[in-house]
Ligand binder design. Sequence first.
Ligand code: 2P0
Length: 320
Amino acid sequence: MAARGMATAVAHPNVALVKYWGKQAGAGNRPATPSLSVTLSGIATTTRVEAAPADRLWLNGEEVQDAKVAGFLAELRTAFDIPGLAITTDNDFPTGAGLASSASGFAALTTAVDAAFGLGLGGTERSAWARRGSASAARSIFGGFVALVERDMEPIAETVASAEHWPLAVTVGVASRRMKSVGSTEGMERARATSPFYKAWTTSTHDDFAAALRAVRARDFDALAEVAEHSSMKLHALTLTSRPAIVYWAPATVAALHALAQLRRAGTGVFASIDAGPQVKAFSALDDADEVAEALANVPGIERVIRCGIGPGAVVTEAG
Ligand code: 2P0
């Protein structure tokens, strides 16, 4: 397709099984640790870009100013000739509340800009640019199980197993739709600077990553459950021991954790993962997803349950 200054792209949020929390010193938004995620199906960000006299951004129908987007575009323009942009971006899920809207947002924006202005980026390059907007966005460029690792001093994201390899269900319990209190970038920097556990986090995450990768390759649910819940809990141990502390959980978050533990005691394979917000993401076999969704829906304070699976990477849906 010839690039004529307009394109639309769709990308999906991802949930990390082994979490990223903390950056290397210096420029380029480079994670301090490896991470491993699944890209979700069932929820999406759709982003349209078009050449315009000046940059303007509409998020879910409202015009907004966004310093992260402005900084990202400024960085892209040091490498490519890109005009002013009218950007419209819509999430079909709660924005900025721990459902990785920045991951799907920057993955969709990078993919749309690439298509609209013929930048000719391959997947790896697109992922590297998306990372500069938001590191987790590097993973949403790709589908299935995706690793973000350092190779030859460069962070590289790649699919390590397809969605078909192990089609798990990811059931999201929405505990609050409010925007999160402290953004991820600020939260990470606070943990690095103040949590006494930060060093232990950066060293131990390498073993977590290796264990999770082995579990995914072997489709070993119990092994994945153990290491993924541990990584999620360890991330929240960091936020709770930052100074001042950051408590991303709502009361319903804790109630959902107990409900899932009860399901597990009753014999259902399920584990929980929580990001920089109150939502609980429950992983299970597809056959158990109805039961997991029902259990989450019955938790007091859970406002809504969203059923997801493991999905594809970012795609261009329209270019002209
Ligand atoms: C993750 N999160 O691995 C972790 C777990 C949230 C908790 O990556 O500063 O929006 O823009 O690179 O990618 C969310 O942080 O942060 C995130 P920046 P990002 O999914």
